[in-house]
Design a protein around this ligand. Structure first.
Ligand code: CU
Length: 321
């Protein structure tokens, strides 16, 4: 049996095991009877077939019994469904944003992270929004799955019952890197959670343990607040979902050694070689579709950034040598 790590998990499992149990019994009984009839009434053993007319009692029975079984299935399913729909009044709200291809979590105090940290034994309500296409918020250990639909806010809730890290993933195919839309729910003891929550850890530090793409803050970020701001902006805007910092080619070119690199871009389909300087990078961010880096698809949509924010981003990108 899989570990059940939320209060609703046992209800979901009860419905599931009941259905699997009934299905298994029926499979065995029907296959058994069928085999018996094939042997018992084959042509050798039973040369003259009997003509059987209707049997009212049998027909009533095989209508009423399955109906009763299905109603019990419905009852178990409904119990779990009712629990899932009734969000407790005192649930802590976390805004969850799904985007191609990562998750972002925003707490009531303004904290923003890319792993979901929650206290043990407290109800948590997730307000699910999508920035682009349909995703699905799925935490198997909690038996929670809810579609995240653009233009609509969906709500789910859970109360974790065990400490630890649990997989959180997207369960709705949403494009090439759908399988990388992996994150974690980290269930912490309440006191520890409260300490973390109050410390208002900047999003970078909080995310350092999560996705491989989000690396630890580098020396330069500690020294220069502008660089640190740029790094946080890049993280918050999801740049690292498509751009690595270690030279790996993802959906987009790596940020490593971007400044000063010779880049071949296609302008209206014609190749042109440029050296990545401040003007080029600024333009690449503001209008990604104007010049497409050769060998890449025009997958980037321009982020909403102020001039100042772009300057901070550039300061950060310059440190990635
Ligand atoms: Cu997705």
């Amino acid at each position: 049996m899989l570990t059940q790590s939320s209060t609703v998990a046992s209800q979901v499992d009860a419905a599931f095991y009941f259905i699997v149990g009934v299905s298994t019994l029926l499979l065995v009984a029907i296959t058994g009877l069928m085999s018996y009839f094939v042997i018992r009434y084959n042509h050798k053993r039973n040369p003259t077939p009997t003509d059987i007319e209707g049997n009212t009692w049998l027909e009533v029975l095989w209508t009423v019994i399955p109906l009763a079984i299905v109603m019990v299935m419905f009852y178990y399913g409904f119990l779990g469904y009712r629990t899932m729909r009734n969000v407790p009044q005192d649930a802590m709200a976390v805004k969850v944003t799904a985007m191609m291809w990562r998750w972002s979590f925003a707490y009531e105090n303004g904290l923003q992270t890319d792993v979901l940290r929650v206290p043990l034994g407290k109800p948590v309500k997730v307000l699910l929004r999508s920035n682009d296409v349909i995703h699905s918020f799925y935490v198997p250990a909690f038996r929670i799955k809810k579609d995240v639909v653009p233009g609509k806010e969906n709500v789910a809730w859970f109360e974790p019952t065990s400490l630890g890290e649990f997989d959180l993933m997207c369960a709705e195919y949403c494009g090439v890197d759908h399988s990388k839309m992996l994150s974690k729910v980290i269930v912490m003891p309440e006191a520890e959670f409260t300490r973390w929550y109050k410390s208002k850890a900047p999003s970078l530090a909080a995310s350092a343990t999560s996705t491989p793409a989000a690396a630890k803050p580098m020396e330069a970020e500690k020294a220069d607040p502008l660089v640190a701001e740029g790094a946080a902006l890049a993280n918050r805007n999801g740049c690292f979902a498509c751009h690595s910092r270690d030279g790996t080619k993802l959906t987009g070119p790596t940020f490593k050694g971007l400044f000063g690199r010779e880049v071949t871009v296609l302008v209206g389909g014609k190749p042109k070689t440029v050296v990545a300087d401040e003007a080029y990078v600024r333009k690449s961010i503001a209008a990604p579709e104007a010049e497409i880096v050769k060998g890449f698809q025009p997958r980037m949509s321009p982020p909403k950034l102020t001039d100042k924010e772009t300057t901070a981003l550039l300061a950060y990108l310059k440190t990635l040598k």
